[in-house]
Design a protein around this ligand. Structure first.
Ligand code: PLP
Length: 405
């Protein structure tokens, strides 16, 4: 749970319109410790930094994760800014020569290759530098996947190497002598809430990897089972992590020779963050109520990207200093929209509120992952939100990411 007392204190102290992300690093540290303590020793836990790459978040996670999964040169640099040697696994479908060259100079230890061209590029660079570079091959398999909000594999996508292409490539790995293929990488879906189905999927990954290793006479040491563990935005049953970890531990016993890696983003950082925005207007339009917020999808694109009503709490404010009427609604459905000039700027649609007044603050929950970091910040050139961090039960001084770097 994010520290709600400090959030209340923060809102109470604001004199202009409230608009901020607040990240609770105490919650984040406690959560990652619990999570990794449950995982079997055979599993290395990476954090996929695309979910939230603020340096304060990375620093808080550094002592508790095995490494960081990155998908661009910018992300590699963010990780190297906090540690020169923490393991980095470099994924992503678009790795260019420029990025791979820089990655080699920045001590990136592992590459998740997503096409034969990536393999050829990296092999060439490694040969020029007389290096043997470690990699996993990312697969887009043909098997069925459990339903989830996003699916990156098991269907036509730009990600990974199509299973049939991979089977044609495996006998020819000798063509790339400067690449040591250590195993396979699977990241097939996002926001899966079913722990039992998740283990079934991992079992399938391990069986597939073992079958192909035997078929092609390869010795694989590692299978990366991706991220994709979900969080509940709509009040669904939560992902049962203890059950998942227990079943994964049993599964690992069947594959004592294999090392596993996982690279979760959302499940690690979603719950540590909240997004606060003040109600700046309330209006009735064609018989429906709308609340306009000081903020919106340019700060927090997730609800519009996933077309869901994001969970929130209302922080009511009693004082109103103006001579004119304060708009408010009671016991009604209302749509919470942002300040942008597009009808798509909606964070929660037709949601019930007991009471809402202009100048109250909406506190969106579970905003720590894929919030600020996937948003189009400068559309309409509104001021950016403050970004603040709680550590040891107080706001960090100079904790804002821009200052901290
Ligand atoms: C290759 C890869 N790994 C890991 C992740 C993290 O996924 P999640 O945040 O769903 O755990 C992503 C997210 O898109 C990804 O593309």
């Amino acid at each position: 749970m994010v520290n709600s007392k400090l959030i209340g204190d923060y809102i109470a102290e604001q004199h202009s319109e409230v608009c901020a992300f607040i990240y609770d690093l105490d919650q984040l540290s406690a959560h990652i410790r619990t999570m990794t303590s449950r995982l079997p020793k055979q599993v290395d836990c990476y954090y996929a930094i695309k979910a939230n790459s603020d340096s304060a978040i990375l620093r808080a996670l550094l002592p508790h994760v095995y490494g960081f999964e990155v998908a661009s040169m910018g992300e590699i640099e963010k990780v190297r800014a906090i540690s020169q040697n923490v393991p980095i696994a470099f994924g992503g479908p678009g790795k260019t020569i420029t990025e791979l060259t820089r990655a080699l100079t920045l001590n990136v230890q592992l590459y998740h290759l997503e096409s034969e061209l990536q393999l050829a590029r990296l092999n060439q660079l490694a040969k020029e530098q007389n290096q043997l570079v470690r990699c996993l091959l990312r697969v887009n398999p043909y098997f069925d996947l459990p339903s989830a909000t996003l699916q990156m594999a098991g269907q036509a996508t730009q990600f990974g190497i199509d299973e049939r292409e991979l089977l044609a490539l495996l006998p020819r790995l000798g063509d790339y002598p400067n690449i040591q293929v250590e195993g396979l990488h699977f990241h097939c879906l996002s926001n899966n809430l079913d722990a039992v189905k998740h283990v079934t999927l991992v079992r399938h990954y391990l069986q597939t990897a073992s079958t192909w290793a035997a078929q092609f006479g390869l010795t694989w040491t590692t299978v990366n089972i991706g991220g994709g563990i979900g969080v509940t935005y709509q009040g669904e049953t939560e992902f049962d992590f203890p059950l998942y970890a227990e079943q994964l531990t049993l599964l690992c016993r069947d594959y004592p020779q294999l090392h596993l890696a996982t690279e979760c983003g959302r499940y690690i950082s979603a719950d540590c963050g909240v997004y606060l925005t003040e109600v700046t207007d309330i209006k009735l339009s064609h018989n429906e109520y709308f609340a306009v917020l000081r903020g919106g999808t340019h700060h927090f694109r997730l609800p519009s990207s996933w077309q869901h009503s994001h969970p929130f709490k209302i922080y009511p404010r009693e004082t109103w200093h103006y001579p004119f009427t304060r708009p408010s609604v009671t016991d009604t459905a209302i749509t919470l929209c942002g300040e942008l000039c597009t009808p798509k700027d909606v964070l929660a649609k037709n949601v019930h509120v007991a009471q809402l007044k202009v100048a109250d603050v909406i506190v969106f929950q579970k905003a720590g992952a894929y919030g600020w970091h996937i948003s189009h910040h400068d559309f309409l050139s509104h001021p950016h939100p403050q970004r603040l961090y709680i550590k040891e039960n107080q706001f960090m001084k100079n904790g804002d990411d821009h200052v901290a770097q």
